[in-house]
Design a protein around this ligand. Structure first.
Ligand code: FAD
Length: 466
């Protein structure tokens, strides 16, 4: 199967087609460089052209033309994914959905939107009606809602609502297939798992219906403790106080706050452990009562009443993967891991793993979230990178200790997930993308069903570096 790029470009020339080399290069990259392993493997990846459809009808046209000419299509929201998710490994077309940016309908408890709307824009539109989106990635300011659903997992709001994959957090997705005659399908309930967090490998989301919550002017707070275990206990116990409404509870082991959070640094010591919180304003009384019962914890900042000469900005922009970004800016040798510390042994497991890495090679950054209704932690640990071998060893040690790793140093769905075939997603791909043209190289089960996960998958169709 050889792609006829020239024929596809000619057929799509009447659309918003990008051919400038620099623009194509930047639309071919995401935040893959967070990982030195992916940086090494994917730095050269480049599309042949970029097209920016404005409507669902134009999406269908792009898919139909590319199908006809065997051209791979990799969909792009804003390109803030970290796993090389939005990178066109085999070249071809990058279909950029940023122009599909209309919020269509807002009703009590739900919103209907196009996929290219930024999370911030969507939230602000809902705020005008006294509502807000339940959860968003810390890239609220820059990421699209379509990219969040197709590539993300959860974030700010997950301490209360759980993850995107939990029932009820997505209501409906409208999806276009990549066939000779693309079909439009509507998914609800069990069917949502076909395309949510599928990296656009088996269908393109052209409309989303998401649940909303009442909007609050969240009070953002930093709390400091001297010991790490006090900080973990504070966040865990607070998140378990059902009457106190939180949107965020992050924990940063020392010296993260002092070493990497420039505007927080003047207010903490090197040994300070930090907790970042978003508390609903009507829960502040309850929160302050909780705080008063914890003499080991001191509130050093609250967004509605502080005397910091330089305000720290949004507290959620220190959490989730923004922690890694802030650390990377100070120390380019930093990378990260994604760890699952499940209930009920989460605290003991965190302490056990922490004890395995004295000396700062692995620094604990935790996000409280609900897993099956129970408060537990996602770890986005900071790692001082030395070699790929050592990184693999650190991952292995976590797994041996009983923690599940979602490896952010891999570009496939399976390796970044549970290392198993997702039959629901695979079966839908067989039906919706029979030529395997959607985001090729990201689903191992499609290319190599017998892959054993003993080494890193190397997609054979990847364009060679020039
Ligand atoms: P992209 O990166 O453009 O796309 C993501 C994936 O979805 C790609 O595989 C793409 O092909 C596919 N895709 C995009 N749009 C569609 C569509 N309409 N139909 C089908 N497939 C599509 N992630 C979290 O889950 N939580 C976080 O808190 C978080 N914080 C982050 C912080 C930083 C600093 C960075 C760099 C990343 C973070 N991420 C986080 C990862 C990423 O930002 C989020 O997943 C984000 O919401 C992705 O949105 P995007 O528009 O940039 O998507």
């Amino acid at each position: 199967m050889t792609a006829n790029i020239a024929a596809a470009k000619a057929a799509l020339a009447h659309l918003d087609l990008e051919e400038r080399e620099a623009a194509i290069k930047s639309a071919s990259r995401d935040f893959f460089w967070y990982s030195p392993v992916l940086k090494d493997r994917l730095d050269h990846v480049l599309a042949d052209f970029v097209v920016r459809p404005k409507t669902e009808a134009e999406v269908i046209e792009v898919l139909k033309v590319c199908y006809q000419h065997d051209v791979p299509v990799t969909t792009r929201g804003a390109g803030t994914g970290n796993y090389g998710q939005a990178m066109p490994l085999a070249g071809g077309c990058v279909m950029h959905l940023r122009n599909m940016n209309k919020v269509k309908e807002i009703h009590p408890g739900r919103v209907v939107t196009e996929p290219g709307v930024l999370l911030r824009e969507l939230d602000e539109a809902c705020n005008e009606q006294g509502q807000e989106i339940r959860m968003f990635s810390s890239t609220w300011d820059t990421a699209t809602v379509g990219g969040f659903i197709a590539g993300g997992s959860g974030g700010i709001g997950s301490v209360h609502w759980g993850s995107l994959r939990d029932l009820g957090n997505i209501i409906r997705l409208r999806v276009v297939t990549m066939e000779a005659e693309p079909r439009i399908l509507e998914f609800r309930g069990e069917e949502l798992a076909r395309v949510s967090h599928a990296y656009g490998t088996n269908g393109i989301i052209t409309e989303l219906e998401l649940p909303l919550a009442p909007a609050y002017d969240w009070t953002e707070v930093f709390v400091a403790t001297d010991t790490f275990s006090e900080a973990v206990a504070f966040a865990d116990d607070l998140a378990n106080n059902d009457g106190i409404l939180l949107k965020l509870a992050s924990v940063y082991e020392n010296p993260i706050a002092h070493a990497y959070f420039q505007r927080v640094k003047p207010h903490v010591e090197e040994g300070t452990n930090l907790i970042g919180l978003m508390v609903a304003p009507h829960s502040m009384d309850g929160f302050l009562t909780f705080l008063a019962r914890r003499p080991e914890a001191r509130m050093i900042y609250r967004s509605d009443d502080h005397d910091w000469p330089r305000a720290p900005g949004r507290v959620f922009e220190y959490g989730w993967n923004h922690t890694t970004l802030r650390a990377l800016k100070v120390d380019p040798s930093i990378t990260y891991l994604q760890v699952r510390y499940a209930f009920p042994d989460h605290r003991a497991l965190i302490e056990r793993i922490r004890a395995m890495f004295p000396g700062g090679e692995v620094m604990q950054h935790l996000e409280a979230l609900r897993m099956g209704g129970k408060v537990a932690f996602a770890g986005l640990s900071l790692v001082k990178f030395t070699t790929e071998e050592r990184l693999n060893e650190i991952i292995h040690l976590h797994e041996e200790a009983g923690a599940m790793i979602f490896n952010p140093h891999r570009y496939t769905l399976e390796e970044g997930g549970r290392q198993t075939v997702d039959a629901t997603q695979l079966n839908f791909k067989k039906e919706a993308d029979p030529k395997g043209l959607l985001n090729p190289g990201k689903m191992i089960a499609w290319d190599d069903p017998d892959f054993g996960y003993r080494e890193m998958y190397a997609y054979p169709g990847m364009r060679a570096a020039e």
